[in-house]
Design a protein around this ligand. Structure first.
Ligand code: NAG
Ligand code: NAG
Ligand code: NAG
Ligand code: NAG
Ligand code: NAG
Ligand code: NAG
Ligand code: NAG
Ligand code: NAG
Length: 477
């Protein structure tokens, strides 16, 4: 009977009460079954990062000087930094620059080379651009006023104000009680019919006039302490397009500033994925809230045409707390600062209007500089319009401009990083050897005991030479 057979074998150890040598033999055979898994566990192949050298380089900017311009002619004045403009334009008329997918991550926006699978750089400082926004909605007042309407999309260039229509407008004004109230969001009332006419759904206003550089609204509202700002603008917009304006919905209103600053950046690159953390930033500020204006303007005439020559007479010099015991002064020349500022003149003085409830919204920009009556566009998406997060959008813009500055050839200084490569090591896990070693010890003990015992029990021991048991135990090996 197979069952009984099985039972007998199973109970061998118990029946003989562990007293005979056969118990030891049985234990050796039972534990030998677990030998294979234990041997497999003895050797492990962990991945170790081994140092490959520190020749890989990224760049930081101490003095930003994208191009050498020695002389500014009348016609050059309006010329902004083209590298920054091409990136900033993505943020004005589109949803910002999109990261380019690479591998399973995204492509870094700065020049970087990493030939191994894991590269790290020490935290380092670089010149960059920072942003800040704050709410100014308490400054807006709802009113219905008779004014000159200067915000219609079809109107001509500034300078021909006399031809602009007069009319009654209703909406949210800045400086309501002053002699020159500014409609930030609202609509024109049609005197002959109950349905309203054009609506102004968004307006961005630069805090200084261009080209004459006179501060508007008494200068910056919330960011007077920022020194030599790159741009300082108000942005007011009403959600729900023209319907929201006609319903007198409260617009969202912010003042945002873009400024020079020093950023501390930590960077690493791992398996084609790029990680960057802005650890901290050092702003470019001043305690003197009535800072002297860096602008000087001169009237000039050439070829019978008169114009204004603009001079920006302050350099940017920022000295943050030393990061590694050495004082470094970061900055840019007044020429570079001027070229950077000019980029945003075009962008941050604009309006977005809708002719009526079913018309396409039109953005009119470059209201101050060039472009005659401004440049009109019909974008299908406007990230500056409520309820989009303007603070976040300006933050992304500042990061993108910082990356342009960091990618500028010639003006960068090297930062050395460390590269690591994964190498496979062999490690022996000695604890998994305990079973094989104790079995070896027990087996030797069992053999010696058997050898010593068998002469005494000659009549019991059979001939094993032809027995199949040995073959069964050792299989094919
Ligand atoms: C890259 O190598 C460094 C240095 O050995 C190591 O500390 C770090 O964890 C590695 N990065 C990753 C993502 O494993
Ligand atoms: C614009 O970009 C932001 C973040 O970059 C994203 O969350 C949002 O969905 C984008 N909007 C559109 C309309 O693509
Ligand atoms: C990218 O792939 C590597 C290797 O397959 C993986 O370790 C890493 O986590 C992945 N990174 C991301 C951001 O998915
Ligand atoms: C608008 O009114 C002002 C005075 O309030 C006047 O000088 C100007 O000519 C008027 N404009 C038009 C187009 O009627
Ligand atoms: C708006 O009002 C502020 C004071 O609240 C004043 O300094 C500024 O000159 C006014 N702006 C205009 C354009 O009238
Ligand atoms: C748009 O209109 C809805 C109601 O129709 C309102 O709840 C929402 O707050 C409005 N959006 C904004 C940004 O005002
Ligand atoms: C830069 O500053 C110098 C000296 O202050 C001045 O002569 C020069 O015109 C300035 N350049 C610009 C572009 O404003
Ligand atoms: C807008 O973005 C900023 C910065 O990322 C964040 O702090 C803020 O909470 C966001 N606001 C809303 C209304 O989501």
């Amino acid at each position: 009977m197979p069952l009984e057979d099985h039972g007998v074998r199973y109970f061998l150890i118990i029946q003989i009460k562990c007293r005979t040598l056969a118990t030891l033999g049985a234990l050796v055979i039972i534990f030998a079954l677990a030998l294979d898994p234990f041997f497999q566990q003895v050797v492990d192949y962990p991945l170790r990062w081994t140092f490959q050298g520190n020749t890989l380089v990224i760049h930081r900017v101490i003095n930003y000087a994208p191009r050498a311009v020695t002389k500014i002619e009348l016609s050059d004045v309006m010329d902004g930094d083209s590298a920054i403009f091409s990136v900033a334009a993505q943020f004005y008329y589109k949803n910002g620059t999109m990261p380019v997918p690479l591998g399973n991550g995204t492509r870094p926006d700065i020049p970087l080379s990493c030939l191994t699978s894991n590269c790290t750089w020490p935290t380092y400082q670089t010149l960059g651009v920072c942003s800040a926004c704050s709410d100014i909605s308490p400054l807006l007042e709802h009113a219905r006023l008779d004014t000159r309407i200067e915000w219609l999309a079809e109107l001509g260039a500034p300078g021909h104000e006399d031809t602009f229509p007069n009319g009654t407008v209703c909406g949210y004004f800045l400086n309501t009680t002053s002699s020159k109230p500014v409609l930030m969001s609202g609509y024109r009332i049609n005197p002959n019919s109950p349905s309203p006419k054009e609506a102004l759904i968004m307006r961005t206003v630069l805090m200084w006039s261009s080209p004459s550089r006179i501060l508007r609204y008494g200068g910056s509202i919330n960011f007077k302490h920022i020194r030599n700002p790159i741009s300082d603008f108000l942005i007011v917009s009403t959600g729900n397009c023209s319907k929201g304006v006609y319903r007198n919905e409260v617009p969202s209103a912010q003042e945002c500033v873009l400024s020079w600053c020093i950023k501390s950046i930590e960077l690493s690159y791992y398996w084609g994925t790029y990680f960057e953390i802005e650890k901290s930033w050092f702003p470019y500020t001043t305690d003197d809230l009535s800072q002297t204006t860096p602008w000087e303007t001169f009237k000039v005439a050439r070829d019978g045409e008169s114009g204004i020559k603009v001079v920006y007479n302050q350099d940017i010099t920022i000295s943050p707390q030393p990061d590694d015991g050495r004082h470094v002064t970061y900055g840019a020349s007044n020429i570079t600062a001027l070229h950077t500022i000019l980029v945003f003149d075009d962008i941050f003085s604009s309006i977005m209007t809708v002719a009526n409830n079913w018309a396409t919204p039109v953005i009119k920009s470059s209201l101050l500089t060039g472009g005659g009556s401004g440049i009109r566009r019909t974008p299908n998406f406007n990230s500056w319009l409520a309820p989009n997060n303007v603070t976040l959008h300006v933050e992304k813009l500042a990061i993108a401009i910082t990356n342009v500055i960091r990618s500028s050839p010639k003006t960068t200084t090297s930062v050395f990083g460390m590269s690591f490569d994964g190498e496979t090591c062999v490690s022996v896990r000695w604890d998994w050897l305990s079973l094989p070693l104790s079995l070896l010890f027990l087996g030797v003990a069992f053999s010696i005991s058997t050898i010593m015992k068998s002469p005494r029990e000659k009549e019991w021991v059979g001939i094993w030479k032809t027995s199949a048991v040995a073959t069964f135990l050792y299989g094919e090996r």
